[in-house]
Design a protein around this ligand. Sequence first.
Ligand code: SF4
Length: 372
Amino acid sequence: MRKVTFPHMGESYRTFKMLLNDLGNEVILPPRPSRKTLNMGVQYTPEFACFPLKILMGTYLEAIEKGANILVTSGGVGPCRAGLYADLHKKILHDLGYPIEMIIFEPPRLYPISFIRNVYKLNPGRLSIKAIIGRIKKAWRKLQALDNAEKATHVIRPRELKKGTTTRKYKQVLEWIDSAYNTNDIIEAEAAALEELHKVPQDPNRLVIKVGIVGEIYVLLEPAANLEIEETLGNLGIEVERSIFLTGWTRDNTWKETVEGTTVKDAAKHYLPELIGGHGRDSIGNTILYSKRGFDGVIQLAPFTCIPEIVARTILPAVSRDYNIPVLTFFLDEQTGKAGMNTRLEAFADLMKRKKLKKQDKSKLWLPSGAL
Ligand code: SF4
């Protein structure tokens, strides 16, 4: 019996579950990464492997325990280890005695034939091409709805009057989007979700500081990998804007380069004219763009041993100086603890607030009690 699973990346699993079900597959939901996931992943991967590779290994092992035998994942291009991930996972799992099938999606604009073949492998219901395109469009709409709800929380959470209200509502509205199974229902669920989120009592006059989040895609998209940094920042009264969402990344990488993608590249050109793999160049470009848009700071999230982000980290102090924007980097791995992260975030928040207070009327700036 074919049972399909895939990596867990934030809330996107709700879309992939629907799409794979629509195509006639039995889906094993990947568990949200936990300490157990990480321990399993660390046990069977090389010590200096990238952090996402370890978490994904743990995720696959947990899904295999639940019966999965087909793993669907993305490949990768460019000069870093991303392109080797899937093959390495497959080899390790086969060596461990799990005869799984791995279906690897490469960017369709570079490998169109392989993309079509993979779609057919995941189409046991033998739907027509027209029907498959319809299902993909519907899944895309659900992914957009999920991203839009998450973006709304980034704006509302730092302004909420009662701490925790936005997070509670967000969990509730995610279920509405999750249970919508046709395009009209998805659109209605998204509208209802945004309306409900905007009902969270907020202080409209509160001046909050704004931080851009840059870095490697997996640790940006999976809250379990970044220790829920966006929620923590929101609770500190900081509005975040994440530089990568799955819809944006897919749009920029599926068919052709978009204006958004080239703008980031152009911004980084002076410091880093070459593609170095992963999202290293984007981290530089987005930091510059955030500074130009008046953000108060930038946080870089990097998996431990991630070469592109290490390169970006060595350049970011110059960018920070030249564009007068504070930058804080976190290298994340299985040793990273939430308490240590929170302490550094609180100190960074104080730094940005002091900087902002110099420019603005002190009375308008909301600070968590005892922050200054
Ligand atoms: S981007 Fe970084 S974490 Fe991802 S595969 Fe490349 S080196 Fe590893």
